[in-house]
Design a protein around this ligand. Sequence first.
Ligand SMILES: [Zn+2]
Length: 309
Amino acid sequence: MQHKLPDDLVQPFQIDPYQLRGQLVRLGPLLDEILTRHAYPEPVAQMLGEAIALAAALARALKYDGVFSLQTKGDGPIGMMVADVTTQGAVRGYAQVNEEKLARAIAAADSTGVALNGSVPRLLGAGFLAFTVDQGEHTDRYQGIVELQGASLAHCVHHYFRQSEQVEAGLKVAVARVPDADGTPRWRGGSLMIERLPSEDVLNRDEEDEGWRRAVILMSSTTSQELVDPLMTPEALLFRLFHEDGVRAYPPRPLAAKCRCSRERVETMLRALDAEDVEYMKVDGRILVTCEFCSAVYPFAEEDVRALR
Ligand SMILES: [Zn+2]
């Protein structure tokens, strides 16, 4: 009998001598469910997959219960993209696609032979990347925004860390369709992030600098294949990369594809709208609100709408 390997998780780790911590993310059924449900064209699914894999690694910014979200807005074929992750490990995401721009980008890629998948300039265009940390009504909502600068989404996130947080970080992400045991291609994804912790130890600064450079080189040696390999456990990958450096792995945190929408939330949203806008949403006297993340439909009959007022 074949054992099912652990999947859909974040594996936190630390390398004490180098003063660094990191997250290794491994996404299987979760990612396939989100990307397949929307039936996105391949380059869009690939890009949203990367956003989700990166958001899962970056969600460690949450200190209390809350939601971490990564959002892009641009003038390219993917006009908007959101990926969010809660402290409990609920993951969701969606992308807004301009079909016309996408068709043009695909045609251009076909004629020039320049790859479209994963390209920020070709798929997202000029725009912004935003990170939001929302930890409930009693804490400050934190948002960081940078211009979309970089060839890939990982480059853009790296740019953000350098510019806005002044944190040294290293990132790697991969998303691909990998055949499962039955030979059916399934979306899989993975990401690896390392981050240098502030150090008070002035005497060992040189040694730590050296260690950091070494860790970045080792991290860069991870292949996309390894990050999406269903047979490569997180422990095995961390061991392969950092075993000589005394890597310490913490218990993995499970992740699942789970939306946070509810009828209650939709009601709150409708209540906040002007009567005129609500009227405009009516089709044959009723309103159907579809969740962009999970496609759940919330119907509101005439009397339901009136009851909200
Ligand atoms: Zn939903």
